[in-house]
Design a protein around this ligand. Structure first.
Ligand code: A3P
Length: 268
C-alpha cells in the first residue's frame, strides 16, 4: 500500500498534496479579490466556508484547498471565473508570495486547543488519510504575527457559537458585502450544525466537493456529537489537563490569542 503521508520541508502532508504542487505554490498568481480561508485542522473550517457560501449575491466560488492535488491545480484555479474563496491549512510561510504582496483578504479561524485536539483525535481514528500538521501552537504563532494586518480577520470558533450574529456581521463587513437582517437569519439557519450535518448525510462522497485536504468524506467532519464547546472534559483526565495547561501556558506566554483562548480552553 502506498504511503498516505510524505514530508515536505519538514512538514507532514497527506499524499493528496503532491510534491510538485507544493514546489510550484510560489508561482500561484493571486488575484486582488481572492479570499483565503486559513485554519489549523478541526477549527471550524467547513462551518465558516458554509457561512461565506451562504451570503447571497456574493459572487464567489469555494475551491478545494490550494495544497490539494497535483501540478495541474494552479491551472485549475486559474479557470475559476468568479471571486475565489480558497481554503488552506498551509503555514504563513508557505502561503504563495503574491497573496501577501497583493494583500488578499484572509480569514483565519481559531478554536480552543483542547476541543481542537479532541476533534482531531476522532478524525484520526475515523480517517485513513492522516492529516498534515505541525503543532497547533507553532501554526498559530506564525499567523498571529499578522493578526492585526488590515487584510486579515481572526475568527474564534467559540465566539461564533456564542454570538453567531456578531461573527457573521464581522465576516460580511470584512468582505465588504452588505446583507440585510432576513438574509442574516437565513444564513444562520442554513449553517447551523444540524442543518449542515443533515445535508452531508444525504450527500454522496464526491471528491470534487470537499474543502478538506484530508478526506473526501464530509461525514467525518461532523462526528456523532455536535460541534460543542468543552467536549474535551469527557476525554482529558485531570492529569492530562494539568500537563496540557502547563504546556499551553509555556508556549502561549507571549500570545494575545492565547489569553483569549485560555478562557475558552477551560470552558466546560
Ligand atoms: P467536532 O469534531 O468537535 O464536532 P473543520 O471543518 O476545520 O475540520 O472542523 C470540524 C469541527 O467543526 C467539528 O468539530 C465539527 O463538528 C465542527 N462544525 C462543523 N460545522 C459546524 C457548525 N455548523 N456549527 C458548529 N460546529 C461545526
Amino acid at each position: 500500500q502506498p504511503s498516505l503521508l510524505h514530508k515536505y520541508k519538514g512538514i507532514l502532508f497527506s499524499a493528496m498534496s503532491s510534491e510538485e504542487l507544493l514546489d510550484s505554490l510560489d508561482s500561484f498568481d493571486a488575484r486582488e479579490d481572492d479570499i483565503f480561508l486559513v485554519s489549523y485542522p478541526k477549527s471550524g473550517t467547513h462551518w465558516v466556508a458554509e457561512v461565506i457560501e451562504n451570503i447571497p449575491n456574493a459572487g464567489i466560488t469555494l475551491t478545494s484547498p490550494i495544497e490539494w492535488g497535483d501540478v495541474s491545480k494552479l491551472k485549475e484555479l486559474k479557470m475559476v471565473p468568479e471571486r475565489r474563496v480558497i481554503p488552506t491549512h498551509l503555514s504563513y510561510e508557505m502561503i504563495p508570495a503574491t497573496v501577501k504582496q497583493k494583500q488578499c483578504k484572509i480569514v483565519y479561524v481559531v478554536r480552543n486547543p483542547k476541543d481542537t485536539a479532541v476533534s482531531l483525535f476522532h478524525y484520526y481514528k475515523d480517517n485513513p488519510n492522516l492529516p498534515s500538521t505541525e503543532t497547533w501552537a507553532a501554526f498559530l504563532e506564525l499567523w498571529e504575527k499578522h493578526k492585526n494586518d488590515q487584510n486579515v480577520l481572526f475568527l474564534f470558533y467559540e465566539e461564533m457559537k456564542n454570538d453567531f450574529a456578531k461573527s457573521l456581521k464581522k465576516i460580511t463587513a470584512f468582505l465588504g458585502i452588505s446583507v440585510n437582517d432576513s438574509e442574516m437569519s437565513k444564513i444562520a439557519r442554513n449553517t447551523s450544525f444540524n442543518e449542515m450535518k443533515s445535508k452531508v448525510v444525504k450527500e454522496n462522497c464526491d471528491p470534487n466537493h470537499t474543502i478538506c485536504a484530508l478526506t473526501s468524506n464530509r461525514n467525518l467532519v461532523f462526528h456523532v456529537f455536535p460541534g460543542v464547546v468543552g467536549d474535551w472534559i469527557n476525554y482529558f483526565t485531570p492529569k492530562q489537563k494539568r500537563v496540557f495547561d502547563e504546556v499551553f501556558t509555556e508556549k502561549m506566554r507571549h500570545s494575545d490569542v492565547g489569553r483569549c483562548l485560555k478562557e475558552y480552553a477551560n470552558a466546560v
